[in-house]
Write a protein that binds this ligand. Sequence first.
Ligand code: MG
Ligand code: MG
Length: 264
Amino acid sequence: MIHLRTRTEMDTIAQAGSIIGKLHDTLPDHVRPGVSTGELDAFAEEFIVSHEGAIPAFKGLYGFPGSVCISVNDEVVHGIPSRDRILDEGDIVSIDVGVRLDGWYSDSARTFAVGEVSAEATELMRVTSESLERQIEAAVVGNHIGDIGAAVVDVVNGTGYGIIRELVGHGVGRELHEEPQVPNHGRRGHGPLLRDGMVLAIEPMLSAGTPRIKTLGDGWTVVTADRSLSAHFEHTVGITSDGPRVLTAADWPVAAGADIPSAG
Ligand code: MG
Ligand code: MG
């Protein structure tokens, strides 16, 4: 079933999400040539648990060995952090982070440039980020899940990029992955109706080549089938009568336990 959350519940998700937003804002200082994805994972875990009650949601989830997912270049998602994986100048690296706080989840990803990257890589990241922005704008009460998917297709059309369709966004709440699925394709006016209180992880994944993917022998790392570059941006978004509310932005100012008006 698709859950509808109260404003208070959404506020807690936003509080978890603000930790991810702050982490993502901090990471450009750390994502640089010569650093290992294992070091970035350790930094991310330390950052998350320095916030009282917060834990890295991916650690151990379905058996995942890292605290965050770090996917380099042709890796789309679910890259396993490793001290042996050293980032090089020109790489792009997607860092997908989940935080659990007071029993609620938040989920967000960004792709970062390592030093100077190619114009092609910069453009792929820009288009993927723009896709997410257009999708968030479509996440309004009265629209449908299909409107969110159609928004990506509109942005990507004519670019030659592939939209990874085999992986989807999802509801977020008491579990990291809840209903409904939020595909990165769709038809306007189709799919579940967007209602006040829904919380969705919206996450376009694009490739510079084929939309097809495969999973590596480690059982986790998803790569583009033609090993072309891939980018991934994700926000957890609350559907509200006041419009879409990004719950994984850094600037959530309310402290735990603060008096927040409830719509519930
Ligand atoms: Mg994610
Ligand atoms: Mg997600």
